[in-house]
Design a protein around this ligand. Structure first.
Ligand code: EPZ
Length: 418
């Protein structure tokens, strides 16, 4: 298992571009399964572990996939399978988003239950309820879901919770079924809008993406198209936190500030100067940040749960005491024990972490246990005194492209060691 060795205390300076969004490209790659009349060209596709596994799933289903730089070409015109092997489902929890796409194309699917425990249980009851609402019959047998969708039809649905994945599965499952499906209380994340834009570019008729109400008018078939993936808003927040924790001044390009308004306003509250244009963000940090008011994670457009661990690390060395309430996932405070090893003063009660700022953290060996928790440990190491070794970099590689190269470009002293 490789590790990242970081020498803290170097203020970051300079400019880097932001790579394509993991949480947009994964559902869009699943959506290419729906295209039986042409080839899908996906631009600005990041090189990430989760993308590599998604490509393996596409190939397992029978699609042809070629990569040239950051452009993927997917040909799903042949006869496709309807099963995803357990070994791939286990590796990629979000592979559950293939369910809707396979069901729409094949009118049946067999997938294993996605694994859980990284951020707490990862139930898919909302996905199942939604697909049953669209006429699927779903049986669980020996850890596999057998889905029969020969009676797929348009319907009216309201989600109990605006689940990102369930919203994506409904869009994928219903865009080829006759009639208009109306769904209330859907997720409004920018990645949902990106998926809807891609599907519409293929000839789908989806209205209302980015609002709480979606209308999906089924069409007979979808056609090949080319599409550029939106920038990764959580990667952008990660690099901004790296700049902020080191008292540096950095610029991000190829980014959409409007996607991370809540995170930007918290960074300003912490004392950072933020200047934005339509596709760039410049952050200038003070020597020491001050604790912001309570941070509460909520569905978009609220504060993103994926930025929660990043700010947990950032608040360890602010002046004053900060509080973060995680309202989306049941156990997303895994980095706390590792940050405490570095000298942080954090207590967790139920869904709230209380972080009492200390002047500085001290470098030591810490263990990543999930993607954003791992990124949080890198942020902590960059701001700490001495050397921090972040183990289990495989978690971080799931969602960050060229992390150590980008940070080195900004003046960090960071190395990957096997
Ligand atoms: C997506 O996960 C993202 N993953 C997550 O990013 C992100 O944290 C999450 O949305 C929330 O924004 C991808 O897009 C690949 P949810 P998803 O369904 O779809 C519960 C990262 O770090 N729930 O909105 O799984 C669920 O347990 C990852 O990039 C049910 O109870 O998120 C959670 O508590 C981590 N039943 C909450 O809803 C269901 O059927 C939000 O889940 C589905 C979800």
């Amino acid at each position: 298992m490789s590790r990242l060795v970081i020498e803290g205390g170097h203020p970051l300076h300079g400019s880097i571009p932001i790579h394509g969004a993991k949480n947009a490209v994964l559902p869009i790659l699943a959506a290419t399964v729906l295209c039986s009349n042409g080839v899908s060209i996906i631009e600005n596709c990041p090189e990430l572990k989760d993308v590599a596994i998604t490509i393996e799933i596409l190939k397992e289903l029978g699609a042809k996939v070629a990569r040239s730089g950051s452009t993927l070409t997917i040909d799903a015109r042949g006869r496709l399978g309807s099963r995803i092997p357990e070994r791939l489902m286990r590796e990629l929890r979000s592979s559950v988003i293939f369910m809707g796409a396979i069901v729409a194309r094949k009118h049946k699917a067999k997938i294993s239950m996605p694994g859980g425990c990284e951020l707490g249980p990862r139930p898919i009851d909302l996905h199942i309820k939604a697909l049953e609402g669209l006429g699927c019959s779903i049986k669980e047998q020996k850890g596999y879901l057998h889905i029969d969708a020969h009676k797929l039809h348009a319907t009216q649905l309201t989600l109990d919770f605006p689940s990102v994945g369930a919203t994506e599965n409904i869009m994928l499952a219903s865009c080829l079924s006759e009639g208009v499906t109306v769904v209330e209380n859907v997720a409004q994340e920018p990645e949902i809008v990106d998926l809807a834009n891609f599907l519409n570019a293929m000839g789908a008729k989806i209205r209302g993406a980015g609002s709480p109400r979606l209308e999906i008018e089924g069409v007979r078939r979808l056609f090949g198209t080319s599409y550029r993936i939106m920038p990764d808003r959580i990667a952008a927040v990660t690099y901004l936190c790296c700049g902020a924790v080191t008292g540096g001044s950095i610029t991000l390009t190829e980014v959409i500030p409007a996607h991370i308004e809540t995170a930007l306003s918290v960074l300003s509250e912490c004392g950072c100067q933020i200047e934005t244009t339509e596709n760039s963000i410049r952050l200038q940090a003070p020597a020491r940040l001050r604790a912001p008011a309570l941070i509460k994670t909520t569905p978009y457009p609220g504060f993103p749960t994926d930025a929660q661990s990043l700010f947990l690390a950032l608040l360890c060395t602010t002046e004053g005491t900060g509080k973060i309430q995680e309202q989306i996932f049941k156990s997303r405070f895994k980095p706390v024990s590792e940050l405490i090893k570095m000298g942080a003063v954090i207590t967790v009660e139920n869904d709230t972490a209380v972080i009492t700022g200390v002047p500085a953290l001290s470098g030591t060996k810490v263990f990543a246990r999930d993607l954003r928790g791992g990124a949080a440990l890198v942020i902590a190491g960059l701001g700490a005194t001495g050397i921090t070794e972040v183990e289990n970099v495989c978690y971080i590689d799931r969602g960050y492209e060229k992390l150590e190269e980008n940070l080195t470009r900004l003046g960090a002293v960071i190395q990957r060691k096997e």
